[in-house]
Ligand binder design. Sequence first.
Ligand code: DAH
Length: 342
Amino acid sequence: MTVDPQQIAVEGAAAFVAAESLAEIHELELQYLGPQSLLSGMKASFRDLEPEERKVLGSQMNAARQQLELAAQDSRSKLESAARAAQLATERVDLTETLAKATVGHSHVITQTWERLEDVFCSMGFTVADGPEVETDWFNFEALNLPPAHPARSLWDTLYLDSSQLEGLGEEQLLLRTHTSPVQIRSMLRAVRDGSGPPIYVVCPGRVYRRDTADATHLPVFHQIEGLVIDRGITMGDLAGTIESFVKAYFGDEMTSRLRPSYFPFTEPSAEFDISAADGSWLEVGGCGMVHPNVLRAGGLDPQEWSGFAFGFGIDRLAKIRYGVEDLREFVTNDVRFLSQF
Ligand code: DAH
């Protein structure tokens, strides 16, 4: 029987291509390349051949063996990568569903109000300044014309800090600032120190603290924005005009403002400012006035040369008015049904 190595190779390669599993490939390898295979068996007939024929057949057998080995390798790697792809497909984690369910958050209504106020005042030529929430008694009261034991201190229910455990603080009484007014002093001292002013036109938004029980109109932690203008020849008219421009820019052209005489230790004269409500009534918004000479001095300025006005009001209260919120506590209970309205 003569067997043609080339024919074995063609037949075997086709079988490898058709193989559907690694086990099948293994079987075919034994069949075509193993010790019992036709190719291996052909070696036995070598001794009957002439050297020249032996050479020819030998190289045909090698070529056939190489071809079969390649076919086996090819088929095996095809099956392996198909198996890997199938495994990856079953192990794939589909995240699209989770993504589709996620809701997009947004800034808290108080943050929105805060940022809107900064925008309005910046468009009017003010810059934004800030100061620390832990203040000294001097910045929060004394420098604002409220010496120790001044009766008006009782207007601010203050949370004092026990600083006796903190080394190196000296005699300074620390407290949580009860208003943003100490940033007035810090802004004046800063401007004098770095030579950037006066003139000074700043607003100072920030968090403030009072020893108060939360109710519909009070929060122990809330937000204020302070305004301070220091320049030459500033008058009460500038103050009234600034407040009116602000009210129109923030609430709309149909709204107006009025000043009512009042008392604050750091301004003289002092006023409270109200805005008109839709029903013709007036809503109290904040305090203001001409900066007291003692406050200018505490800020390092000469009251003969400089004058100014200041104002301050609650950011939470303003948001309450603007959005018609009944109870200030809604802002801090973090009920998503409430917050997602804004
Ligand atoms: N600091 C005052 C308060 O918290 C508000 C205030 C009143 C600020 C008059 C001012 C001002 O700048 O001029 O009650």
